[in-house]
Design a protein around this ligand. Structure first.
Ligand code: HEC
Length: 146
């Protein structure tokens, strides 16, 4: 039942269109250039690609565990990521490392390579084959989440 209402929600959104490319990626893992591939990730995801919202919640505040790992999609609202990855950025800069693009660059590495703030993210988080443009768009969308 829950799945059916989720599909209807997606259908409704698709029918109504998304207000931005970033929003579309967030809910469907499809950008204006087509489906976004997963380079590496939970086996189930290779069959059924869902948007970020599927694991991180519709408001990006964090979701529920989807597979046996029991690991929940974390809070990925930009304000939360900015704090977490901002702290890591300061740490890297303190070691003399310069990261062009700052926090956003670190967030992109998390999305495409599963590079967390100092550790590898669990494989429950897919590694997405996303273009620079799509990455910028989805990060813009994360900024709109309250
Ligand atoms: C199949 C479930 C799933 C999907 C779909 C998914 N994620 Fe995740 N994501 C996770 C999990 C689980 C984690 C936490 C991994 C960890 O802490 O080791 C995570 C972590 C992250 C992080 C790092 C957050 C942090 O606290 O360090 C970012 C950023 C992120 N995801 C962005 C995205 C974006 C953007 C999308 C959509 C393109 C997406 N995720 C789709 C499961 C998912």
């Amino acid at each position: 039942m829950k799945i059916i209402s989720y599909c209807m929600f997606i259908l409704l959104l698709t029918a109504c269109g998304f207000s931005s490319n970033g929003e579309r990626i967030f809910f469907t893992a499809t950008s204006k250039n087509g489906t976004i591939a997963i380079k590496e990730g939970p086996p189930m995801m290779k069959q059924a690609v869902k948007g970020c919202a599927h694991c991180h919640g519709r408001e990006g505040k964090g979701g529920h565990a989807l597979d046996a790992t029991g690991i929940k999609g974390s809070d990925i609202r930009y304000k939360t990521l900015a704090l977490k990855y901002g702290g890591y950025l300061s740490f890297l800069e303190g070691k003399g490392e310069n990261i062009p693009g700052g926090v956003d660059t670190l967030i992109k590495r998390a999305i495409i390579d599963g590079e967390g703030p100092g550790y590898k993210l669990n494989i429950a988080m897919p590694r997405w084959a996303m273009t620079e443009e799509d990455l910028n768009d989805v990060i813009e969308y994360l900024k709109t989440l309250k």
